[in-house]
Design a protein around this ligand. Sequence first.
Ligand code: ATP
Length: 295
Amino acid sequence: MSNPSGLAIRGLTKTYGNGVKALAGVDLTVAPGLYGLLGPNGAGKSTLMRTLATLQTPDGGSIHLDGEDVLAAPQRLRARLGYLPQQIGAYPGVSGRDLLERFAWLKGRTDRAARRTEVEVLLERVNLSDAAGRAVADYSGGMLRRFGIAMALIGSPRLLIVDEPTAGLDPAERNRFHRVLADVAAEAVVLLSTHIVEDVENLCGRLAILARGRIVAEGTPAELSAALEGRLWSRVVPRGEALPEAVQLTAVPAGTLAVVVADSAPGGDFAPHRASLEDAYHVALAAAGLSDEEA
Ligand SMILES: Nc1ncnc2c1ncn2[C@@H]1O[C@H](COP(=O)(O)OP(=O)(O)OP(=O)(O)O)[C@@H](O)[C@H]1O
């Protein structure tokens, strides 16, 4: 194994019964820390996440965590896995503390005193100690996401899988959620799947871009944007004027900001454009044959 500590995915494939090739040979090496997985709708992110969480099986390929073969012994991985899905279920009337205790019990925490201690530590870690006696059903969206992390952290997982976490959160809650994730990433592999480029840019040391079931780019946010240095050009196209073929079109007060890729200055009013991760994301998708509309 090239990377005994962390996650190593090789040649992972999955074709659904309806013929959709959701994973077309995914290779990925992820060291402990926060790692971002970016991709448009339908790219295969959830399929990859559910496969890593051993909730479904691939057709081919391998997954190793800390050198151990996950597909050969999924049960062993489950003990070291935390999975935070897009939605956590509704549990009317049950308090955060009680619900967490029940999940800890289900995860094999049979010693009552140890279980209670673990639950209190987790509640503190996600900043929900003060709300622990309140019904989970009354939690805000942000509190629910943090509660989901506490659930996923029962048993100190080595791999935490987080699927599309920040949709619908206000900026303060999103920040709090990110701080908890960064804290967990100090000692585990945290895989954050999202289509919010900004979250990955701010949080993740490295990232991969998934499109049509394949990794089409991989690196640090700075590496991915630096690869476009000197090749991006932009101009504001006034309203009413025809838009050029662009990798990104963004509404601005004076019209539309068009960003194009070209090895030399395209002329007209185009000026050199400093590449962001968002630009790198759109260029990678365009190279994979996905238009901005599809993305
Ligand atoms: N159970 C299934 N049966 C058939 N096709 C599926 C199934 N699950 C997903 N797909 C298809 O596989 C492809 C990848 O889906 P997946 O949900 O993994 O993508 P995603 O990147 O998570 O997208 P999103 O961001 O929209 O959740 C899509 O074309 C989807 O329609």
